[in-house]
Design a protein around this ligand. Structure first.
Ligand code: PLP
Length: 381
């Protein structure tokens, strides 16, 4: 009897981890034997290995990607009420960190093709109170680091890169350098949430910087602001990456380049079959950035078509997801910022028309073909 085809999943962590089981088991056993569960040796080893992967950047591990953003902002010493420009189309953590520190998130619209912060909109959102701009490398592709870097330099602002979704991507700067995402601005942040391209088996995050003094400050801030045990120079956070997660991440980091290539192969297959389907746009590429495809996100021509396609795919055994259904300024928690509907038309339109297709390193060519077959059938192709 022919076995039934494997179900298509948005991501397949169980299968990814099954393939690594012996190495993950060894890592857990070693941490249990050593019993240094906080700040054990694996934390520093992982930081060094990730730093090497990122071209020699300093890596400061912390508890999650949201804390990484909070710590990045804390390290800037902005005055209370200072403004932080953030994209209107992002995961809420980007705003949350600023809001919790008593800073004011100021939204700027994104570009309709790449979904990333529009540098002209970011410039227009700046005021004399602006202290920082957060560029989010959404879905795995870098925001315009040249233009945003130039804006930050011109106005004396700090550029923070929220690199939760684009670890391993690179950007070709106008000075000729090819820089790893997260290492261009004053501080980069990332998340090891399990579904991320480099995911822990729980929460985790890190800060990235090329500045050793800032790395040192971030280390201290992530550890109650202490310079030595029981001596606290700054108000900090208890935000450390568990030794166990660091040990597991060391195993998974070794597979990140191959997993990225596998994601890119799936994306190429999707592109090949979907690029010329009228009524659907495949994700636009900025030729200066590589794309590590945390998500492969298509855009439909209307909200009705998006929702109908999603239902059609569901009926054909193809899961899909909407990242994100509501723009930042329409979230009730951020109503106090006083934005009106219609103020960020690109972000609003994207929330109504984007759809992310299954994307993970173990998606087979056959499964990718099944996905695009179902999409094309919806369009009568
Ligand atoms: C763009 C972005 N920023 C920040 C975060 C926050 O990371 P975490 O969930 O590890 O706190 C995430 C992911 O969840 C994210 O996608």
């Amino acid at each position: 009897m022919i076995p039934p085809p494997a179900p298509i999943r948005l991501l397949d962590l169980a299968a990814e981890h099954a393939a690594l089981q012996p190495a993950l088991d060894d890592a857990v056993r070693a941490v249990l034997a050593e019993a240094a569960f906080i700040q054990g040796p694996a934390v520093g080893q992982f930081a060094a290995e990730l730093g090497a992967y990122l071209g020699g950047a300093h890596v400061v591990p912390c508890a999650n990607g949201t804390d990484a953003l909070t710590l990045a902002l804390l390290s800037l010493d902005l005055p209370a009420g200072a403004e932080v420009v953030v994209p209107a189309f992002t995961y809420v953590a980007t705003l949350e960190a600023a809001a919790l520190l008593g800073l004011r998130p100021v939204l700027a619209d994104v570009l309709p093709g790449t979904f990333n912060l529009d540098p002209a909109a970011a410039a227009a959102a700046c005021t004399p109170r602006t202290g920082a701009v957060i560029a989010v490398h959404l879905f795995g592709q870098c925001a315009d680091l040249d233009a945003l870097g130039a804006l930050a330099a011109r106005r004396g602002l700090a550029l923070i890169e929220d690199n939760a979704q684009a670890l391993g991507a690179t950007f070709q700067l106008s000075n000729g350098d090819t820089a790893p995402a997260g290492t261009v601005g004053a501080v980069g942040t990332t998340s090891f949430f399990p579904s991320k391209n480099l995911g822990a088996l729980g929460d985790g995050g890190a800060l990235l910087t090329r500045d050793p003094a800032r790395a040192d400050l971030l280390h201290r801030l992530a550890n109650h602001g202490q310079t030595q045990k029981y001596h606290h120079q700054r108000i900090g956070l208890n935000s450390r990456l568990d030794t166990l997660q660091a040990a597991l991440l060391r195993v998974k980091l070794r597979h990140l380049p191959a997993n990225t290539a596998a994601r890119q192969a799936v994306a190429a297959r999707y592109d090949g079959a979907l690029a010329n389907v009228p009524g659907l746009a495949v994700p636009a590429r900025d030729p200066r950035s590589s794309h590590v495809f945390h998500q492969y996100t298509i855009t439909l021509e209307s909200p009705g078509r998006r929702d109908a396609l999603r239902e059609h795919l569901r009926q054909h055994g193809v899961p899909s997801m909407v990242y994100y259904p509501l723009p930042a300024h329409q979230q009730p928690a951020y109503a106090y910022l006083g934005y009106r509907p219609g103020q960020f038309p690109v972000a609003e339109r994207l929330c109504e028309t984007v759809l992310s297709l299954p994307m993970h390193p173990l998606l087979t060519a056959g499964q990718a073909d099944q996905v695009v077959g179902a999409v094309r059938a919806f369009f009568g192709k």
